[in-house]
Write a new protein. Structure first.
Length: 162
C-alpha cells in the first residue's frame, strides 16, 4: 500500500494594502454583486466577479428558488455567463465574497463542490490556472493560484476529450 498526498497552499492577506490594485478592484466588484443575490430562504448572499483575459469583468450572484435545487450559486452564474458570452476568452481571476443577514462572515467561504468542478472545467479548457480570491464580508483575504489548490484530485481524464 502506498499513501498519496497532495498539499494545498493558500496565501492569506490581512489587509487590502498587501493586495495588488487588480485584486482589490475585483473583490470590490464581487462585493457589489452580492447586492444582486436573491436568497430569501438562506439569507446567505454570495457575489462573484471574473476577470477575463480581454479585460472584461463578469459578475454573478446566487439565485435561490423555492423548488430547491433549482437555484444556482454565484460562481456558476458568473462562469457560465462568461462561457456563453465570451466562449474563447480565458478567465484569469475570480473573486468570491459573501454576506449573511443574521451574522458577520469574518472568514472566506469555500465554493461548493459543484462550483469547484464547474470552475475547473474552464481551467482545463484553456490549460491555465484561474487565480481565486476569497473573502468573507470582512477579514482576511485568501488567494490561490488555481483550482487544484481546492481540488487536488479533481475529476479529469484526457480520454474524455477524445
Amino acid at each position: 500500500m502506498e499513501e498519496i498526498r497532495r498539499e494545498s497552499v493558500v496565501k492569506r492577506y490581512a489587509s487590502y494594502a498587501e493586495l495588488s490594485h487588480e485584486d482589490v478592484a475585483l473583490l470590490k466588484e464581487a462585493k457589489e454583486a452580492v447586492h444582486n443575490s436573491y436568497a430569501p430562504y438562506s439569507q446567505f448572499y454570495v457575489g462573484c466577479a471574473l476577470l477575463l483575459q480581454n479585460g472584461v469583468v463578469i459578475k454573478g450572484s446566487n439565485q435561490e428558488n423555492m423548488a430547491y435545487p433549482s437555484g444556482l450559486c454565484a460562481e456558476r452564474v458568473a462562469i457560465f455567463h462568461a462561457g456563453a458570452t465570451y466562449p474563447d476568452v480565458p478567465v484569469m481571476a475570480m473573486a468570491i465574497t459573501v454576506k449573511a443577514a443574521d451574522f458577520e462572515v469574518k472568514e472566506p467561504i469555500m465554493s461548493c463542490g459543484a462550483c469547484l468542478q464547474s470552475m475547473s472545467e474552464y481551467e482545463l479548457k484553456f490549460n491555465q490556472p484561474i487565480r481565486i480570491i476569497l473573502q468573507g464580508e470582512t477579514g482576511d483575504v485568501w488567494i490561490a493560484e488555481g483550482l487544484r489548490t481546492f481540488m487536488p484530485f479533481m475529476f479529469w481524464l484526457d480520454e474524455l476529450k477524445k
